[in-house]
Write a protein that binds this ligand. Structure first.
Ligand code: SDX
Length: 431
């Protein structure tokens, strides 16, 4: 628990109220206002939660000013370079790096959960072929609660564990099948002799008509993208999962809610929106026009992949992603990719512009990811499903932490009411 040696005094009129201050292991102190309404009869007001801590957590720490991201204390750049996604999943779920034996057992468990109940294929076939893969993922993941009844009782720790493993294991299959369905190709089943990232690439790009060999460069890049998106503190979709879970809803329904929230262009949908923006810009000579639009208060256009609620410095994930983009595109022989050239020049010009410097707007995780994913062969519609696949472990880890927290209670915010006060009904003939 946090250290609570300090307190703050709030004065309203002639009354004063002492509010405890909790000090964290890292980051800002928090002012505990849980008793404020009971004592003072006032609410706090914070639309968008810009100054509000919704919970305590030991999973991920972000220092937005320094551009630092730690998972259980380990810096994201070290994990991206030295670890791999399933090891990061273990770290996020259990709080420690696994021994070799623990990792082998965990990877085997995940591997043996990668198949979907055969009848679930009917859900995919109920969608139009041109359905966005995120629409399919929201539907199919929510429907998992109708197929895996033996892992929906959240009061049973064993069932919580199985649900966690099922979701992490099956998301690549669901995402890959959503893609295959959208292009009219047959579903490709997972294979137990492939690692997590290779399995996903094969399920996406293999066809029954010929053998498919996974390119180790692409599977390493894919795995790194999974790692970079795994968790990110109390972002909008994670907060959605926590709020949905606070009512006691089953884990599959809660993760489906997280997928729905991630889909928005201000959040996980930004990687698709960013690549579409870079293609709309088309060439470096049009960059000034778009930077001017991004600065114009009367123009709703924003630079997709730029800015962040927490990072007021470089998003450390964007730095790693940019390096990976250079490596992957060079190894694929597309280092002169015009979209990558536009992205690099746009970043350079934006960072030299006082508007972006004053507002501390830097590239975020979504700025370069789409360039790599497109080079790997994915359509833009698959970018956010890949983000959702990666973030499932973060949502699940935060969900497990919340369920196990004795302070856990249903989330129920209040409001600043600005509507009509009580008035009598008026019969229609008198209106
Ligand atoms: C993700 O929260 C997370 O951790 C999310 C995430 C994760 O891993 O879960 O990191 C993933 O969602 C990354 C962000 C992806 N979204 C985008 O790239 C979309 C473009 N970015 C913006 O929409 C915006 O920067 C947000 C939504 C990311 C953050 O918005 P905030 O924190 O609410 O900031 P704001 O809208 O109040 O902006 C502050 C100022 C505003 O100007 P003023 O009103 O002060 O004059 O900066 C401006 C904004 O107009 N601004 C931008 C801008 N982003 C902010 N201006 C131009 N282009 C931009 N991209």
């Amino acid at each position: 628990m946090a250290d609570t040696q300090k307190s703050a005094t709030l004065t309203i009129g002639d009354d004063s109220y002492d509010l405890p201050i909790h000090s964290p292991t890292a980051g800002p102190d928090v002012l505990d206002i849980r008793k404020l309404y009971g004592q003072a009869g006032v609410f706090t007001y914070d639309p968008g939660f810009t100054s509000t801590a919704s919970c305590d957590s030991t999973i991920t720490y972000i220092d937005g000013g320094q551009g630092v991201l730690l998972h259980r204390g380990y810096p994201i750049d070290q994990l991206a370079e030295k670890s791999h996604y399933l090891e990061v999943c273990y770290l996020l779920l259990y709080g420690v790096l696994p021994t070799a034996a623990q990792l082998e057992e965990f990877e085997s468990t995940i591997t043996l959960h990668t198949m979907l109940h055969e009848q679930m294929q009917n859900f995919f076939r109920g969608f139009r072929r041109d359905a966005h893969p995120m629409a399919i993922m929201v539907g199919v993941v929510g429907a998992m609660s109708a197929f895996y009844h033996d892992s929906t009782d959240i009061s049973d720790e064993h069932q919580r564990e199985i649900a966690s493993h099922r979701l992490i294991a099956k998301m690549p299959t669901i995402a890959a099948w959503a893609y295959k369905y959208s292009i009219g190709q047959p579903f490709v089943y997972p294979r137990n002799d492939l690692d997590y990232a290779s399995n996903f690439l094969r399920m996406c790009f293999a066809v029954p008509a010929e053998d498919y060999e996974v390119n180790p460069i692409l599977s390493r890049a894919m795995d790194r993208i999974f790692t970079l998106h795994a968790d990110h503190e109390q972002n909008a979709s994670t907060s959605t999962v926590r709020l949905a879970s606070s009512s006691g809803a089953n884990p599959f329904a809660c993760i489906a809610a997280g997928i729905a929230c991630l889909w928005g262009p201000a959040h996980g949908g930004a990687n698709q929106a960013c690549l579409e923006m870079l293609k709309e810009i088309g060439s470096v000579d049009r960059i000034p026009e778009f930077i001017a639009r991004a600065k114009d208060k009367d123009d709703p256009f924003r630079l997709m992949g730029f800015g962040h609620r927490v990072y007021k410095n470089f998003d450390p994930r964007a730095t790693v992603m940019k390096q990976s983009a250079d490596e992957v595109l060079e190894l694929l022989g597309v280092e002169n990719n015009p979209v990558l050239q536009v992205a690099k020049e746009l970043e350079k010009q934006a960072l030299e512009d006082p508007y972006f410097a004053e507002k501390k707007l830097f590239p975020n995780v979504d700025f370069y990811s789409g360039i790599i994913l497109e080079a790997m062969g994915f359509p833009t519609s698959m970018f956010t499903p890949i983000f959702a696949l990666s973030r499932t472990v973060g949502w699940i880890s935060q969900w497990k932490e919340m369920i196990a927290d004795p302070q856990n209670k249903i989330g129920r915010p209040r409001q600043l009411y600005l509507g009509e006060t009580a008035r009598d009904y008026v019969d229609i003939e008198k209106r």
